[in-house]
Design a protein around this ligand. Structure first.
Ligand code: PLP
Length: 386
């Protein structure tokens, strides 16, 4: 196979746009110099637009999990009751972080592939006033579910004073997110998913309610202390050496998102989701999630008549196409197609076409062209609807 050729279609890390790749090659600058301050100052308003907030956003060097951990260690005291909503492996991670910091974890587990249910959570909260924080995952990457965060925020506010804390790592930047309007108290995302950057940055925003708690919290923290990031941010700075190359890239990727325009970005992800789902249906590969809760950024498939890992192996070998497998209880049972960030309908058609060849090689000789046509039809219908 052609060396270096790769089609990376996993739900993060995602491919990087050439202009972003290019700016990340720029030489280092003094991290306390005016250039860095100016860069951080230009980045803040762009990030706020992505989050839908007026609050400053902490830019932390670390993977998304550092962002999740910072959300935990800043907002809750040891021993306090928290509710963690688990719809897959990332919800489970939030719960494990909470346990690590000796919080009293109340856990709601949903079948993997289904979404959380706001009314049920509302009922639980009204009977459990001791809950101080609720942790939820916006897009559950392990299953491809987009949880109804907006609806949940609404019911949480009706019955509880608990902080509402959301992991938006695999969808913020690709789906509508209005932190302030919806009433999300703390929102976390990361660089390597919809924001089209390499791994290594995580972003955390907290509103006034959350800040009150952050100020008072007795939990020990140093590197992840959000107060340090806020104080530095007021001087257009960071408490520790920032990941400068990633910041160069961040400014460019946020500029790309802005120039495409948010509605167009969200619409593109919707189209790619619908193309992917229609093609998999046409090919007879069962979708793990139903249409109402399917994420625009990642699609999970659960074949019953072939091994997903075998298909992944074939398309990797033949085309350099990298698809994701399942995590934890879904390991070996599903495969996942990432379609977020630097990804277009043209990429989706290519991926489907490659999967058809993979299926042909697995013995499904009737597959050729069927899924691709379904995706093309979806694409054309969207265009005509414009
Ligand atoms: C990718 C991801 C994370 C962060 O994972 P890291 O490997 O630490 O970057 C957190 N939450 C969700 C939902 C994710 O998809």
């Amino acid at each position: 196979m052609l060396q270096d050729y790769q089609l990376l279609r996993i739900p993060g890390p995602t491919p990087i746009p050439p202009s972003v790749q290019q700016v990340m090659l720029a030489p280092m600058i003094g991290h306390r110099d005016q250039e860095t301050k100016a860069l951080l100052n230009r980045i803040q308003p762009k990030l706020k637009n992505i989050f839908g907030t007026l609050q400053d956003i902490a830019v932390i060097a670390g993977s998304g999990t550092a962002g999740l951990e910072s959300a935990v260690v800043n907002t809750v005291n040891p021993g306090e009751d928290v509710l963690v909503l688990v719809t897959g492996s990332f919800g489970d991670r939030f719960a494990r972080i909470c346990k690590t910091y000796q919080l009293t974890v109340h856990r709601f587990d949903y079948d993997w592939g289904t979404a959380l249910e706001p009314e049920q959570i509302k009922a639980y909260l009204s009977q459990n006033p001791s809950i101080k924080a609720i942790f939820a995952t916006y897009c559950e990457t392990s299953t491809g579910v987009l949880n109804p965060i907006r609806e949940l925020a609404q019911v949480v506010k009706q019955v509880s004073d608990a902080l509402f804390i959301v992991d938006g790592v695999s969808c913020v930047g690709a789906v509508e997110t209005r932190m302030d309007d919806w009433g999300i108290d703390v929102l976390v995302t990361g660089s390597q998913k919809a924001l089209m950057l390499p791994p290594g940055l995580t972003f955390v925003a907290a509103n006034k309610r959350a800040w009150k708690k952050i100020e008072e919290s007795k939990q020990a923290r140093f590197f992840l202390d959000l107060r340090k990031y806020r104080d530095s941010s007021q001087q257009d700075s960071t408490p520790f050496t920032p990941a400068l190359s990633l910041l160069y890239g961040l400014e460019q990727s946020l500029t790309l998102i802005e120039s495409e325009g948010f509605p167009a970005v969200f619409q593109r992800h919707q189209v790619m989701k619908n193309m992917t789902r229609a093609s998999m249906r046409a090919l007879g590969i069962p979708l793990l999630t139903n249409d109402l809760v399917a994420s625009p950024t990642v699609t999970a498939l659960k074949p019953y008549d072939f091994q997903p890992d075998l298909l992944r192996k074939i398309v990797k070998k033949d085309f350099g196409l990298v698809l994701a497998g399942g995590q934890n209880q879904l390991k070996g049972k599903i495969f996942r197609i990432g379609h977020m960030g630097y990804c277009s309908p043209a990429d989706v058609i290519q991926v489907i076409s490659c999967i058809e060849i993979g299926m042909y090689k697995l013995g499904k000789k009737t597959s050729l062209g069927i899924g691709t046509k379904a995706a093309q039809d979806v694409y054309l219908n969207h265009i005509e609807g414009d």
